[in-house]
Design a binder for this molecule. Structure first.
Ligand code: NAP
Length: 259
């Protein structure tokens, strides 16, 4: 299927690794030019070079923390008239409900709620003027079913989801769609970090922690970044113009719900 987005420009935040990189690769495979961002310059450059070599698209990099206004400004400037925005940032640390103080909540809100909102506020006017745009926010299955040890994530991402629910319906008339992708567990560094936490807490090897978690997923495995990227690219495609304000779960069936 031709996704109809060849030659468009996309910002993919937090994309040197993991799910962000999966989205960047899938968009590049469709001929989309990219502005990629991550804090670590070395991994970011390596990813950019691999994508250029594989897909022949233009890839511009902006190294820095996307939760800062300065780096967001650099990313926006590098992209110019951007047509696709994929919002992403690192997830907050695990803990229990009484572990966190105000500063911890502010940091989580900054990364997983206020940064994507600020980027949407920056790009939506241009997308509306030009009559076409796609925004995909990488959130989490924790929006639909809270993860007990990820209270900061449950809280901040639900706030973003509320913003998207209202805003997506206010811009859809202009051919601009905003949707959220809700990952369940995927095989990335983040998954290794979470499995290490379980391994330490339960005194079991990390492989056993992973096997135990896989057994709780109807698909009996973790998701791949390629699968995740493909879903993102479809939401960014010309075919997805009638998908508005949705929260699409990619979790191998892990959330046990009828709808
Ligand atoms: P990952 O493998 O750890 O990759 C994170 C990427 O984001 C890296 O490229 C990292 O590069 C970059 N990054 C992190 N913080 C950043 C910041 N402040 N500014 C710019 N770049 C930043 O994580 P992932 O698994 O892809 O997860 C992506 C998002 O999905 C996270 O919010 C995570 O919580 C959420 N999620 C993941 C899963 C899962 O199973 N993987 C499940 C549910 C939700 P640098 O470190 O160099 O900046």
């Amino acid at each position: 299927m031709d996704l109809g987005i060849s030659g468009k420009t996309a910002i993919v935040c937090a994309s040197s690794k993991g799910l962000g990189r999966g989205c960047a690769e899938a968009l590049a495979a469709e001929g989309v030019n990219l502005v990629l961002n991550a804090r670590g310059a070395e991994a970011l450059e390596a990813t950019a070079e691999a994508i250029r070599a594989a897909h022949g698209v233009t890839v511009t990099t902006v190294a820095g923390d996307i939760t800062t206004e300065e780096v967001r400004g650099e990313v926006l400037e590098a992209a110019g008239d951007v047509e696709i925005l994929v919002n992403n940032a690192g997830g907050p640390p695990p803990g229990l409900w009484n572990d966190w103080d105000r500063d911890d909540f502010i940091a989580a809100f900054d990364a997983n709620m206020l940064t994507p909102i600020a980027l949407m506020q920056a790009v939506l006017p241009g997308m509306i003027d030009r009559g076409w745009g796609r925004v995909v926010n990488i959130t989490s299955g924790s929006v639909k079913a809270p993860v007990p040890q990820l209270g900061l994530s449950n809280t901040a991402r639900t706030g973003l989801t509320g913003f998207v629910a209202g805003t997506s319906r206010q811009v859809a008339w202009a051919g601009v769609t905003i949707n959220n992708l809700l990952p369940g567990i995927h095989a990335t560094d983040r998954a290794v970090m979470l499995d290490s936490g379980v391994s330490k807490a339960e005194g079991i090897p990390i492989d056993e922690a992973r096997k135990n978690r896989e057994a709780t997923i109807p698909a009996h495995r973790y998701g791949t970044t390629e699968e995740f990227g493909a879903a993102c690219a479809f939401l960014c495609s010309k075919h997805a113009g009638f998908i508005v304000g949705q929260n699409i779960v990619l979790d191998g069936g892990a959330i046990n719900a009828t709808i």
